[in-house]
Write a new protein. Structure first.
Length: 201
């Protein structure tokens, strides 16, 4: 059995030296490049070609539902009622319709793009938002930029979150979950009412 002679210095793994030498700005740029590179690679067909999300509920439920909301706004009416589901159901009062959800309002109503393009990017941007909020949560727990980047990639591009492109309301929720966890943690640790308000909102 050959042991390590006493007094011999152990050399750290070369990768750890490289990581330690990176500035915070360089680490952040690496994280952004990795997230965006994976994002454009995974969703290349949707981004660079005239394709949209239509598998399962994405096509036969959410696409027409959000189209109904948009059509009502375009007609100068408040989207109050959905006459096409179960003999009629509330539209404004149904959170799934996202009538007053700010990102939906901005993407569908304020940007000069077609409904199909808005629907596509409404989905895509919530994937990116999932990565951003996961990164923010982990950084708030004093992890390094690269560790937070690994968390962002693992969360946003893991099957549990990314597959929700076909169930957009769950993808929207997943995009906000890390901030909810962060708010809960800070509220309990700091006893701050501001974080309690943030959690409630």
């Amino acid at each position: 059995m050959i042991g390590c002679p006493l007094g011999r210095r152990r050399h750290p793994f070369i990768g750890s030296q490289v990581i330690a030498a990176l500035s915070r700005t360089q680490s952040r740029l690496i994280v952004v490049a990795l997230v965006l590179g994976l994002f454009f690679w995974v969703f290349a067909d949707a981004i660079f070609r005239d394709r949209n999300f239509c598998y399962r509920d994405a096509g036969h439920f959410y696409y027409p539902l959000l189209k109904l909301v948009q059509d009502e706004w375009n007609a100068g009416r408040w989207p109050l009622w959905n006459p096409y589901e179960n003999g009629g159901m509330p539209l404004l009062g149904n959170a799934t319709s996202a009538v007053l959800y700010p990102p939906r309002v901005v993407i569908f109503q304020w940007l000069p793009i077609s409904y199909a393009t808005a629907y596509k990017w409404y989905t895509l941007l919530h994937v990116l938002m999932s990565a951003a909020t996961a990164y923010s949560m982990v950084r708030n727990w004093k992890a390094t930029e690269l560790a937070a980047g690994l968390a962002a990639i693992s969360y946003a591009f893991g099957a549990v979150v990314m597959f929700q492109y076909c169930n957009i309301i769950f993808l929207v929720g997943a995009a906000w979950v890390p901030l909810g966890i962060l708010a809960t943690d800070r509220m309990l640790r700091d006893g701050s009412w501001r974080w309690a308000v943030g959690l409630g909102s």
